[in-house]
Design a protein. Structure first.
Lengths: 368, 281
């Protein structure tokens, strides 16, 4: 794999790469300020005049502008940030977050899907199994990874390695970033639906902690296929949806260009999902999105994983599985129904505890 | 060329059909025969000429599958509270629900309850194709889980009949979550040793195939049913290749090892009863 170029390395002493490569269409002003700054830098190097004060001033303007834009992103803009070509991908996380990564290949059945990467490694001090979807950086890699759209063998590989990890009590971390499972002839012939269904089924019962994090695109069943666990977190400007906004627009609006409206209606942003209690945590991204500061993004993700793993490892595995089950079982239940279930569960726990207690012998009053 | 003209002529002949007394005649989409509707109905909604299995609504399915009058519905009034407040074009999800309730006569895309099949007690879950294309939202997921719970409680086999366009877009990730939810509940059912038979009927696609429909101990398909993950149109548009004939049919799924058997509608009852007898503990 080609060595990744780290944008930060190009700008020593500056922790933020606000230009962030390609600008999105709603970042006109940011792009404009970038152009002005570059012009000043060029002039200062040609004419030897010091423009650093002006550049600092422009930089401040740019920071304010980014803050303004990114605190009010629409759903469709969020989707574009999640798809940004410079957004950190699985390979970046493997390079910067996972120490001593040992990739494990193949589903032992058909092939080795490059859209899903699995392997052992350390995050913080914890040994984990990392399962992630990879999109590829350049054209060659993108084609090899099928643009992050896994085939059935990818899901089967993921499950095989997860069972391996389960056998030795190694926690699982899955990093989700896919437009969706691949729709193709071969994928159908080899049972795309069955592969995903079995993963959902088995992941709900794996006897190790599982943390799932959406780092970019959470595209429908393709994302869910490695997305069942004890915790589901999402990066601030990632999205998670039942269908792509374009697909939804094509069906319900009968017009694919209505994708912005569909994105809004689908409630696919981290903020909305958190409000709907469909994700457990939102991991913050640096100012202007993950693509502007890869290191900070990955550091935030690492911090979340380390902290959450510590919490999960404290829980007894049987309780962990019970909690996971009731969490899954209550997806989509109304708030009152959730409360009723919680009370019911608590009542049952108390009852079980009372029954488990040894019955005390009745106190007989002492005879005088 | 001649074929093209013929199909055009057939397309033309569709028009006068509408002027026929409403509901007396129908045309089989597979073999294009004009059929007397009551003959088809007597034949379990299967074309007597070519064995094409027509889509049937949940109530009819239950009538064909369960012993007469044995189906006792539970949770029939469960409805969604529209978690996203979904609006599209000039309509809302709630209006769409109302309209489809009128159209299908059911309140959601799945009916569950206890029933008998040839005298064997089962928990039955049947999907309704006329209610938002039989899509799975929070209520369908909840009903299937409730059916599994009931099957666990009463130690009965679970028979599900899938007929669905997939996860329901109008409920967003809540619908997606139903895939995980139903799969998790079925994992538990499997652990306690319950028997789960799934009958896949035309069409079973998307999130329903990728969750509970594929997780049966025994998978039965109706002849010619469309079964798959991605819809054929999506695949054709994505890879820009003409799809092979018979792609994603029940026969295709059987050939590729994903179905246990293909069973004609008239034999479903006896096949399910036989399976239940085999799996007696
Ligand atoms: Zn026919």
């Amino acid at each position: 794999m080609a060595k990744r170029d780290i944008p930060i390395a190009k700008m020593p002493g500056n922790n933020n790469n606000f230009s962030g490569g390609a600008h999105l269409e709603f970042e006109d002003k940011v792009a404009d300020l970038d152009r002005q700054m570059n012009e000043l830098r060029r002039l200062s190097s040609i004419k030897g005049i010091d423009y650093s004060a002006e550049i600092r001033q422009l930089r401040r303007q740019q920071v304010a502008e980014l803050k303004r834009i990114y605190s009010n992103l629409t759903a469709w803009q969020t989707v574009q940030v999640a798809r940004h070509p410079q957004r950190p991908l699985l390979s970046d996380y493997l390079d910067l977050m996972v120490k001593d990564f040992r990739e494990l290949h193949g589903d032992r059945c058909f092939g080795d899907d490059r859209a899903i990467v699995t392997g052992f490694g350390h995050i913080g001090r914890e040994r984990v199994l990392v399962v992630g979807q990879n999109k590829g950086k350049n054209t060659k890699q993108k084609i090899a990874c099928n643009f992050g759209c896994p085939n059935p063998e990818g899901y089967r590989k993921a499950l095989a390695k997860m069972k391996f990890a389960e056998k030795f009590g190694i926690p699982i971390v899955t990093l989700i970033d896919t437009p969706g499972a691949h729709p193709g002839i071969g994928a159908e012939e080899r049972g795309q639906a069955q592969a995903i269904a079995v993963n959902l089924n088995q992941m709900s019962r794996l006897r190790v902690p599982i943390i799932c994090i959406v780092i970019g695109e959470g595209g429908s069943g393709g994302a869910l296929g490695i997305g069942v666990g004890d915790r589901l977190a999402i990066l601030e400007f990632a999205y998670y949806s039942v269908i792509s906004p374009e697909g939804c627009a094509a069906i319900l609006w009968r017009d694919g260009s209505q994708a912005p409206k569909a994105a809004e209606a689908l409630k696919l942003t981290s903020k909305d999902l958190y409000k709907l209690e469909l994700v457990d945590a939102v991991i913050p991204e640096p100012l202007g999105g993950a693509h502007r500061n890869v290191h900070d993004t990955i550091y935030n993700v690492e911090k979340y994983i380390v902290k959450t793993l510590r919490d999960l490892k404290r829980t007894k595995i049987d309780n962990l599985l019970d909690n996971r089950y009731s969490k899954l079982r209550s997806i989509g239940a109304s708030p009152t129904e959730k409360l009723r279930r919680k009370t019911q569960a608590a009542k049952e726990r108390v009852k079980a505890a009372l029954e488990a207690m040894p019955t005390k012998p009745k106190r007989v009053p002492a005879k005088v | 060329m001649a074929k093209e003209i013929k199909s055009k002529w057939n397309g033309f002949s569709l028009k006068p059909r509408k002027e026929m007394p409403d509901g007396l005649w129908m045309r089989c989409p597979a073999c294009e025969h004009i059929l007397y509707k009551s003959t088809v109905e007597k034949n379990l909604n299967v074309c007597p000429k070519c064995n094409h299995h027509f889509r049937i609504e949940a109530a009819t399915r239950i009538k064909y599958l369960a012993d007469e009058g044995s189906f006792q519905q539970v949770l029939g009034d469960l409805t969604t509270d529209d978690p996203l407040g979904f609006k599209f074009r000039e309509t809302t999800y709630k209006q769409r629900l109302k309209a489809d309730e009128k159209k299908s006569g059911t309140k959601e895309a799945m009916l569950i309850g206890k029933a008998f099949i040839k005298g064997r007690p089962v928990i039955l879950a049947v999907m309704e194709p006329n209610f938002l294309m039989g899509s799975m939202g929070s209520v369908v997921g909840e009903k299937l889980c409730a059916a599994v719970d009931k099957a666990m409680e009463e130690k009965l086999p679970l028979v599900a009949v899938s007929c669905s366009g997939g996860a329901r877009m109008h409920e967003g990730v809540v619908s997606l979550g139903q895939m995980a939810k139903t799969s998790a509940v079925l994992a538990k059912f499997d652990e306690v040793g319950g028997l789960y038979i799934c009958v896949l009927t035309d069409p079973t696609t998307g999130g329903v195939t990728a969750s509970f429909a594929m997780l049966g101990d025994c998978l039965i398909a109706e002849p010619g049913a469309l079964i798959g993950f991605a819809g054929p149109r999506t695949i054709a548009e994505t890879i820009k290749v003409e799809l092979p004939k018979g792609f994603q049919t029940a026969e295709f799924m059987l050939e590729h090892g994903f179905m246990d058997m293909i069973v004609h509608r008239k034999d479903l009852r006896s096949e399910i009863a036989r399976l239940i007898d085999y799996c007696q503990k």
